[in-house]
Ligand binder design. Structure first.
Ligand SMILES: Nc1nc2c(ncn2[C@@H]2O[C@H](COP(=O)(O)OP(=O)(O)OP(=O)(O)O)[C@@H](O)[C@H]2O)c(=O)[nH]1
Ligand SMILES: [Mg+2]
Length: 460
């Protein structure tokens, strides 16, 4: 990706396909000149920065009319990217969009890479990296809660927190530097206690971010919850009950579900994807075996498995094989068909219930216990985070840097407490500072920027 930002980029800012209106955007040194050559305002006196001007786009090569549009000019640095920007609101026809973009490119622009507008906003200091990442999260968010968390980050909630930590690290550095500058002076115990207190405060804030922030990420990333178990125990019925729609086929015949079926719902603010799978058994036919393979793959990458058994029937002899699939997997044991006379005893299911994080009884037919099961799923996935309106979210990149900063700062504090030389302590303090600065993008390399912005959609 080009980082010098000298060329002018163009892209549509609205989603592909037909629509009432589409918005095209240009950013860069030539944005105003390019549009000046192909936009004719209806009334010349209307043209003002930040105001919509009615007019038409035409091809200067032959004067042909392309579309009637509204045009908005933004002057640097007062624009999203910090550069000269033009937005063209045209009719949402794919033909008009491609003709206009082709025209802009002929007049000197080039098509933008994914996320390039936001990348330029970052490079021009309109946004720090945490806020640029929040733009992507906000666009991708699938629940109201996820959108609100991303919006808070866009407004600078994480930036503020990170800056707070950074100030504490800077304060520690300043104290240590002063001690290095005046080595002979006795700075006393009080000063040492203050420095240790600042170390502790900074560490506490970093640890809270690591623990709470990564847990809250589930509201943006979502969770996969796989419904698994032997055939005919009611997996598809439970899938339908949890989704509250008649989505998967249910029949009295074992082996009905072959492929995996999935659907996503909003579970207390978390985009929860439920996956229905083929019943696990040993003597399956050819197609069913393929389905069982898929079920096993889903189980191995699930955030949570709902392992279902039918309480109205004895356990099938091959159920012990299923046990192997559940090793190292987090699952809730769900005992279904409680509307029928109970046949399974505690002893029958002991092995499963000992491994399960919880056991819940339901009837997927009558919906009895479904609310309890949903509570148990939400408790497992969301812990106590769903009610926290001020939650901060950290992504994997932030997490790795925060963990590095925690380790460096812990090493520095321990060395300081053990009266190891201030020079040595400073090495770890500087490292912690460097890692924290990378979160907001004060220090960053091109590879990281590429990785972050390539996840964006074109035009953002
Ligand atoms: N009485 C009763 N019957 C149920 C309950 N849940 C499911 N069933 C019935 O059990 C049979 C199998 O249900 P499914 O939901 O298709 O079971 P499955 O586990 O998806 O089956 P496969 O896809 O074949 O592995 C159907 O006849 C359902 O109506 C329940 O809670 N109570
Ligand atoms: Mg099924």
């Amino acid at each position: 990706m080009l980082l010098d930002g000298t060329d002018t980029i163009a892209a549509r800012a609205t989603p592909p396909g037909e629509g009432a209106i589409a918005i095209l955007r240009l950013s860069g040194q030539m944005a105003h000149t390019i549009v000046g050559q192909c936009f004719r305002p209806r009334y010349q006196s209307d043209v003002k920065y930040n105001y919509m001007t009615l007019g038409e786009i035409f091809d200067p090569a032959d004067g042909s009319f392309i579309d009637e549009v509204f045009c908005v000019l933004f002057q640097k640095p007062h624009s999203y990217t910090g550069e000269d920007v033009v937005e063209i609101h045209c009719h949402g026809s794919p033909v008009i969009i491609s003709r206009s973009l082709e025209l802009f490119c002929r007049l000197g622009a080039r098509l933008a890479e994914p996320g390039e507008f936001t990348l330029r906003a970052f490079l021009n200091s309109r946004l720090d990296l945490t806020r640029a990442e929040a733009v992507c999260d906000l666009i991708r968010s699938r629940t109201d809660k996820g959108a609100r968390l991303a919006l808070r980050q866009l407004q600078g909630s994480l930036l503020e927190k990170i800056n707070g930590v950074k100030q504490k690290i800077i304060a520690i550095s300043a104290e240590l530097e002063a001690r290095l500058d005046f080595p002979g002076e006795d700075v006393g115990e009080e000063n040492r206690t203050d420095i240790i207190r600042t170390f502790e405060n900074a560490l506490q804030e970093i640890i809270a971010l690591i623990e709470k922030g990564s847990r809250s990420r589930i509201f943006l990333d979502g969770a996969r919850i796989v419904i698994a178990g032997p055939p005919n125990v009611g997996k598809s019925s439970l899938f339908n009950a949890l989704l509250r729609i008649d989505r998967a086929i249910v029949t009295p015949h074992p082996g009905t579900t072959r492929d995996t079926i999935e659907a996503t719902i909003d579970l207390k603010g978390c985009p929860a994807t439920y996956v229905d799978s083929a019943g696990l058994r040993e003597d399956a036919g050819e197609v069913e075996i393929l389905g069982i393979e898929r079920a096993k793959t889903e189980i191995s990458c699930a955030d949570l498995v709902l392992f279902l058994l039918d309480t109205s029937k004895p356990l099938a002899p091959d159920v012990t094989h299923i046990f192997d699939y559940l090793k190292n997997i987090c699952f809730i044991l769900v005992l279904n068909k409680i509307d029928l006379p109970e046949c399974l005893s505690q002893d029958d299911i002991r092995d499963f219930s000992e491994m399960a994080s919880k056991c819940v009884k339901v009837s997927a037919l009558t919906n009895k216990g479904i609310d309890n099961l949903e509570e148990a799923i939400a408790d497992f996935l969301l812990h106590d985070t769903s009610g926290d309106e001020n939650a901060l979210v950290v992504n994997e990149r932030h997490l790795a840097l925060l963990e590095g900063a925690r380790n460096a700062l812990t090493a520095a504090r321990d060395a300081f407490q053990r009266h190891i030389s201030d020079e040595m302590v400073m090495i770890d303090v500087r490292e912690a500072h460097r890692l924290i600065a990378r979160i907001t993008g004060e220090e960053v390399d091109e590879e990281v920027l590429d990785l972050i912005f390539s996840k964006f959609c074109i035009g953002k």
